[in-house]
Every structure is written in C-alpha cells, then in structure tokens.
Ligand binder design. Structure first.
Ligand SMILES: [Zn+2]
Length: 361
C-alpha cells in the first residue's frame, strides 16, 4: 500500500491488484483533456485506462491507483513504471504548478522506492523520469504523448525533485544509479490544524502559499528552489524552522511545523477556513435514470428542477425516478434550448452539470 501524502486519494476501479512488479521510475503523460474528464474516464471500467496520479493545470494533485497496484497507462510499461497524467492538450507545456506537482511525485517515488535515480531515463530499460513515447510500440505507440514541450521540461522536473529531497540530480546516461548515502535528514512530516486549516508536510491550500510568501518576506526563504507553492513541502518546513529559531524557540517547538503563536506573529492574523462553495453531484450516467430508480440524488434533482421553474410534479419530488421527473427534466432541457430527442427527459452530462444538483453524501 503506498499512497502519496498531499495527493487527493480518488480510487478508481481500473487497475490490477498487486500488479506493480517493480518501480523503475515515473512516466509522464498528457491527458488531451481535463482533469475531471479523465477522472470519470478512469472510473469507467470499459475504458480500461488509468494512471497512478493526475495533475490539474491549476495544481490539483489526485492519486487514482495505489502504487502497489498496476495502473493501465502505458502498455507493456505498466508492470514496471508508475504513471502521471497531466491536464492539457497535446502540444501544450505543463504549467508551473504541474511542474511542481510532478517534481513532488518524482521526489516521493525516489524516496519511497530503491534505485529510482533523480535523473531522466534514457529509455524503457533505464530508470528515473520517463515519458510515454519513449516506450515505442511496446508501450502502445504514443510518440506524441506528452509532446515535445513537456519532454523538454523533464529536466526541470528532475531539478525541482532534487531540490525537494535536498540532493543534486544524478548524472544522466548511466544505468543503475543507486541512491547517494549523503542525504540531509528528513524534517518533521506531520500536520497540525490551526483555526480549521492544515499546516505541515502535504497540507494544501492558498494559506500554505501565504505562509511561504510571508517567510520569504521575512528573509526565511532560502530552502525554496522555486518559491512558495500551495502544497507544504520539506522546504516550507525548513524555512519555518529557521523562522521559529529566530523567535528563540528550540527543540520540537522549532521543528518547522507551525504553532498558533508563531503563525499569528508571522502573518499578523490567523487565517480561517472560508465557507466552501457547495459541491455539485457528478453526473451519474444516463443509465442511472431507469424507471423505479430510488436515490436521494433523484430527490435533489427534483428540488433543483422545481427551483428552476421546470416542475411537472403533481406531488413530490421524491426519491423514485418517475414520469414526473422525466417530464420536469424535459422542461429543463427545453429551457436550455434542447429539442427533439435531446429534450427527452433523460439527463445528459451537459444539462446535468448546468442544473447544479447539490452533492448527496
Ligand atoms: Zn500517454
């Protein structure tokens, strides 16, 4: 079982249990689509596709498959390589945030598995950071995945990963490449919650960037390779520890994990949790809406239809999918401009997403 701290765990059904026979490194892909589109694609058993991780262009980081299990991303390379899919179109470069996320993944893979050197892999028989097209036909023949701009960014991912683990990149070209024994000790890696927000290794949010920027402003930014980011890394912990020591704190009180007093002193105030926008229920698929289906999602849908002025309900709405639901939904489809069979009262993804049905837990 290996799940990466800091990645949002979103398990999908597409993988072979216990099928990761070896880890030679990480293979970078491009989704040719959106993070959420890929997320639902990997949830569809018919796609027979998945990857271990996925990044969004704004810096989201998902883990879909445990690294003990084999994801289905690169043909014959699946048994021996882990995989990261990246939101974007073919030909695009990764965003700064995606470079950071891939560096964090690669750093974690390097630290979690033996013999994954911090360098680009020369090919499928090598080790390190690879890309889908390098596997040729045996890896499904995807020479354009992830595309030349991203292949040109792989060295930068290696550099950032090396900075995260506090090592120099390994020299390229050789095979093997065992880990150097001279690593700096890992700083504290636990999280605390202060005023409802998480701090410490793996914590994610704008408030993490805010702490980083405040540390830099006070002169405690020397451990950042590329400046503060929304994911709390060891560099954040090291910088925060320097700041704590400057306050006269020692021992565990200066381990780099914020306490309430030092945080308030750094920021002048304690950030609090902003009320989250209510999440919407993801489209459950057209087949979900069969006659007699019973679900709180149906009730929630009906309430939204009523709120949109699309009620054909004599009573209700209720949890069973009835002809009244269907007639109401057809009104909604017509309101959106659909006609004919596109307004048949069976929800489709576009009209569903626009209805914004609150998420049912
Ligand atoms: Zn690919």
């Amino acid at each position: 079982m290996a799940r990466m701290p800091g990645a949002t765990w979103r398990p999908v059904p597409n993988f072979r249990k216990g099928g990761q026979e070896e880890v030679r490194g990480l293979v970078v892909h491009i989704m040719a689509g959106t993070l959420m589109g890929t997320d639902s694609w990997f949830r569809n058993p018919a796609s027979e596709a998945s990857s271990h991780w996925g990044t969004g262009r704004a810096g989201e980081l998902y883990q879909w498959v445990d690294t003990a299990d084999r994801a289905w991303a690169q043909g014959n390379g699946n048994r021996t390589w882990l995989s990261s899919e990246n939101e974007g179109r073919g030909g695009q470069a990764l965003t700064e945030q995606q470079l950071d996320r891939n560096a964090e993944i690669f750093a974690w893979v390097h630290q979690t598995y033996d013999n994954v050197p911090l360098r680009r892999a020369a090919g499928p028989d090598d080790r390190g950071l690879g890309w889908h097209g390098m596997g040729g036909k045996a890896w499904g023949n995807h020479p354009d995945c992830p595309g030349p701009k991203i292949v040109a960014q792989l060295d930068e991912i290696v550099r950032r990963a090396a900075a995260i683990v506090g090592k120099k990149p390994a020299p390229g070209g050789s095979t093997g490449g065992s880990k150097p024994s001279t690593s700096t000790p890992t700083p504290a890696r636990y999280k605390v919650t202060i005023n409802g927000l998480p701090y410490g290794y793996g914590a994610v949010g704008d408030h993490v960037t805010r702490v980083g920027k405040a540390l830099v402003a006070k002169g405690f930014g020397k451990h950042y390779a590329h400046g503060p980011s929304p994911t709390w890394s060891d560099a954040d912990t090291r910088n925060y520890a320097d700041y704590q020591k400057s306050l006269g704190l020692t021992g565990k009180a200066a381990d780099g994990i914020p306490g309430e007093a030092s945080l308030k002193k750094l920021l002048g105030t304690l950030p609090g949790k902003a009320p989250a926008a209510p999440a919407n229920e993801p489209f459950p698929g057209a087949a979900f809406f069969s006659p007699g289906r019973r679900s709180p999602i149906i009730t929630a849908m009906g309430r939204r239809l009523v709120a949109e002025g699309c009620s054909a309900y004599a009573q209700g709405p209720g949890p069973h999918f009835t002809s009244s639901d269907r007639q109401s939904y057809a009104k909604w489809q017509r309101k959106l401009g659909y006609s004919g069979t596109d307004a048949n009262g069976i929800p489709g993804k576009t009209s569903w997403d626009r209805l914004r049905v609150p998420k049912q837990l």
